[in-house]
Ligand binder design. Structure first.
Ligand SMILES: Cc1cc2nc3c(=O)[nH]c(=O)nc-3n(C[C@H](O)[C@H](O)[C@H](O)COP(=O)(O)OP(=O)(O)OC[C@H]3O[C@@H](n4cnc5c(N)ncnc54)[C@H](O)[C@@H]3O)c2cc1C
Length: 504
């Protein structure tokens, strides 16, 4: 049966004998997949509905302040470097970054301030001084996090969970034997309660927000995440986060990938159980492979309307969204660094609001990212570019104007109290990104930052696979499919596709 294929008034692009791939979306997953498939020998065309690539990973400037609009935390830079290496290029010449000497500054309402140093001895000293927690407690916690990461990351991050062959190797078998020690049955918070210090528990619970989850429900295996920061490190691209996009786009173009901007894909064409191409601007374009980097929800609901929906996967709870205020600040703050967290006094209540009642909590945890601390030309002299973010619920209709105005007041009051300053008078310009704007700009269903959440122990298995079970030659990359959201995992989704696809 012919479905979605070659509408009557359409034309077909003339094609060479090269095998071809069409990619829907130039988010980080789409760009990385394009690079890998082009290297594999495909002629790759990327169709992007926006006028630029990057999706959530983009930047903008106002009044002399530059802002990375989306991701701000950079981990596992080796995954970016790997793409340059595959292409036979020296990555340092195209993409440069530095390792940070600290991962984050944490602030609490009672005046406690803690710097999470990258150097483990310094971090232990800081925790014992500020929180009165013995160094060995922290050491044990980070050792266990490393054990979880080293045992599970290969299976859960680097392989398809939907192919038997992923489970039939020595490393996986070893991981399966260690399962009883990995925390599959309790929640992150339950496991972290062993730290016996409320502030340290809160600090470690925060890692659930790395993929937009709730630490009071997410499985304790997510406690492997701190190893990324404290075992491997946090990094900053010297030209800003947007350089991850810029350098990879440049690499893709050099390899011969063709990017088509302002080209929204309307349908995925298929026939007799095989993907055959895409339709954009009323024109059908045939290709041997199709990869969707669009969120899995609109991919099925809009581009594959005539296909049976994978209901269970599409019904998985979405990750949290966010509300971001980009402020040009006419002042500088020595106590702040690149990443700063101002904790809520009621962390559990905040997550209940986000995931149960789908509301904003009156005392939200506030994240302030200031890239001008590392890249001074991101703000005028003596000034700072503040990216001020709170987690927000992923819900139909987004946030109301009243909610945004009210929470902005709460954020300012909280920051003014902790930083002992009149912040309001220092805000010289402002842009705002809401959950609805995240959805409209990147097609992310309900404005979720990371696709689906990891709020139950089966979440990893219920995320959509990187390939279609009903259409041959159709693949999926990016934050809404396996292995999940965040730049490193999107890059890994491209790597998994690379392993699934035959050479051209
Ligand atoms: C505010 C914010 C903060 C974040 N913080 C971090 C962080 O600190 N660290 C981190 O690692 N990650 C972070 N993330 C998550 C990270 O940005 C995402 O996981 C990642 O960038 C998603 O990439 P993606 O490949 O899924 O594509 P996306 O960025 O989702 O892009 C998808 C692209 O597909 C295009 N598209 C959709 N439908 C169509 C269509 N029909 N036709 C053509 N094009 C289409 C869209 O226009 C878009 O460009 C953050 C995200 C946000 C929004």
């Amino acid at each position: 049966m012919v479905q979605n294929l070659l509408p009557a008034n359409s034309t077909i692009d003339s094609r060479t004998t090269l095998k071809t791939a069409s990619i829907i979306g130039a988010g980080i997953g789409g760009i990385a997949t394009a690079i890998r498939l082009q290297i594999k020998g495909y002629q790759v065309d990327v169709y992007e509905s926006a006028s630029e690539g990057g999706g959530k990973l983009r930047d903008f400037a106002i009044d002399g302040y530059r802002f990375d609009a989306g991701p701000s935390l950079f981990t596992l830079p080796n995954l970016v470097e790997e793409l340059f290496r595959l292409a036979g290029k020296d990555s340092k010449a195209h993409f440069d970054y530095e390792k940070l000497d600290r991962s984050c500054h944490y602030f609490w309402d009672d005046g406690t301030h803690l710097c999470a140093w990258s150097d483990s001895a310094k971090f232990e000293e800081e925790v014992s001084e500020q929180l009165k927690v013995p160094a060995k407690t922290l050491r044990k916690k980070l050792k266990h996090s490393a054990f979880q990461y080293n045992t599970l990351s290969e299976l859960f991050m680097h392989r398809s969970l939907h192919k038997w062959r992923s489970f039939t190797n020595l490393k996986t078998l070893k991981a399966l034997l260690r399962m009883p020690f990995l925390g599959l049955t309790s929640s992150m918070n339950k496991a972290n309660e062993r730290l016996s210090n409320d502030k340290l528990i809160q600090l470690f619970n925060r890692y659930a927000t790395y993929n937009g989850s709730n630490p009071y429900r997410a499985p304790a295996v997510l406690n492997m995440i701190p190893h990324l920061e404290h075992g491997i490190g946090t990094f900053f691209p010297k030209k800003g986060m947007v350089d991850i996009r810029n350098s990879l786009l440049e690499l893709a173009k050099e390899l011969g990938v063709r990017f088509h901007y302002d080209s929204k894909v309307e349908l995925i064409l298929h026939e007799n159980g095989e993907a055959k191409g895409i339709k954009t601007k009323g024109k059908s374009v045939l290709s041997d492979l199709v990869v969707s980097n669009a969120d899995i929800h609109p991919t099925y609901h809009h581009l594959l309307k005539d296909l049976k929906l994978p209901v269970k996967q599409l019904e998985q709870e979405r990750s949290s969204s966010a509300l971001i205020f980009y402020w040009g600040i006419e002042a500088s703050f020595d106590e702040l660094h690149l990443h700063n967290i101002f904790f809520s006094k009621d962390y559990q209540g905040e997550f209940e609001a986000l995931f149960e009642s789908k509301t904003l909590h009156p005392d939200p945890t506030v994240y302030v990212n200031i890239t001008s601390k590392c890249k001074s030309d991101d703000a005028p002299e003596g000034c700072e570019n503040w990216f001020v973010m709170i987690n927000a619920p992923s819900r139909q209709g987004g946030l109301s104007e009243t909610e945004i105005v009210e929470v902005k007041e709460q954020i300012i009051r909280k920051l003014e109290k902790i930083l002992k300053t009149n912040l309001r008078s220092k805000i010289k310009c402002e842009e705002v990104l809401t959950p609805s704007l995240i959805q409209s700009k990147t097609s992310s269903y309900l404005g979720a930052l990371y696709g689906t959440s990891s709020n139950n122990s089966m979440s990893a298995f219920l995320r959509h696979p990187n390939f279609s079970k009903s259409l041959k030659n159709l693949y999926f990359t990016g934050g809404s499919v396996h292995p999940g959201g965040g730049i490193p995992l999107c890059l890994l989704s491209a790597k998994i596709i690379d392993e699934l696809v035959e050479d051209a």
